[in-house]
Design a protein around this ligand. Sequence first.
Ligand SMILES: Nc1ncnc2c1ncn2[C@@H]1O[C@H](COP(=O)(O)OP(=O)(O)O)[C@@H](O)[C@H]1O
Ligand SMILES: *[C@@H]1O[C@H](CO)[C@@H](O)[C@H](O)[C@H]1NC(C)=O
Ligand SMILES: *[C@@H]1O[C@H](CO)[C@@H](O)[C@H](O)[C@H]1NC(C)=O
Length: 267
Amino acid sequence: MEASGEPGRQWQEEVAAVVVVGSCMTDLVSLTSRLPKTGETIHGHKFFIGFGGKGANQCVQAARLGAKTSMVCKVGKDSFGNDYIENLKQNDISTEFAYQTQDAATGTASIIVNNEVKTVFNPAPAIANLDPRFYTLSDVFCCNETEAEILTGLTVSSPADAGKAAQVLLERGCKVVIVTLGAEGCVMLSQTEPVPKHIPTEKVKAVDTTGAGDSFVGALAFYLAYYPNLSLEEMLKRANFIAAVSVQAAGTQSSYPYKKDLPLDLF
Ligand SMILES: Nc1ncnc2c1ncn2[C@@H]1O[C@H](COP(=O)(O)OP(=O)(O)O)[C@@H](O)[C@H]1O
Ligand SMILES: *[C@@H]1O[C@H](CO)[C@@H](O)[C@H](O)[C@H]1NC(C)=O
Ligand SMILES: *[C@@H]1O[C@H](CO)[C@@H](O)[C@H](O)[C@H]1NC(C)=O
């Protein structure tokens, strides 16, 4: 067997720099002119199957930027599960800890763990009474506007609001809090710099913003693992840029850029 010929295998003897614990979901997407009423059957004009799941999305984005990644997940022992494992391999992600089970997969949160060094926690979907240990145990707590609202009970619709919500989350014990704001970029706050800072992003023509947050978190994990000397602000500027590229194409993983398609000054 050729050691280099088989995607996925080559990482198994190497240490992954970005390890993602989270969901792998198969998206069954039907395009219809409207939603069916209860019990109604309607015609769709297009159907496709996509690879999704917030954990896997983040892992794929980090891998496409060049990170050595490993996905810790469980998929079904069925054709969708087999296809998903193959998709991870195609993206050069180690599947050493990608398990298959007869039981239905469950998943409520996705966590990125960069072993030993830094943990990034993405509370998706968010619940109001999140176990307080998630705040104290994560190095970087990254959520979007909706999640920040659910977690804090505050309204978040501007960078200033996001800063206030981030301060509440910081007080719960996070070392760094990032709130993403769609086309407004993100807001950051840390124990060492507790004044909220807004990091705007470029104006782009958004085609499909699905999975932008996962592209952003995957890119951030890549920079934390491979460019630890960059300031957090610089990492977030670059993650904003990469996520903005992803919103300019349709689909979730299909819109995530590879290193080769990005400006050299990002690396
Ligand atoms: N319309 C947009 N234009 C440019 N960048 C965007 C746009 N939407 C999202 N982004 C980028 O993606 C990141 C995450 O988007 P956001 O919508 O907050 O997350 P989620 O996908 O979790 O809802 C933003 O911080 C930004 O960098
Ligand atoms: C934030 O993420 C959640 C998933 O946790 C999603 O349902 C929601 O639409 C996102 N919010 C925004 C503003 O994109
Ligand atoms: C990061 O900075 C430290 C101290 O300034 C330096 O020793 C190290 O080589 C740098 N690492 C990288 C990857 O640039």
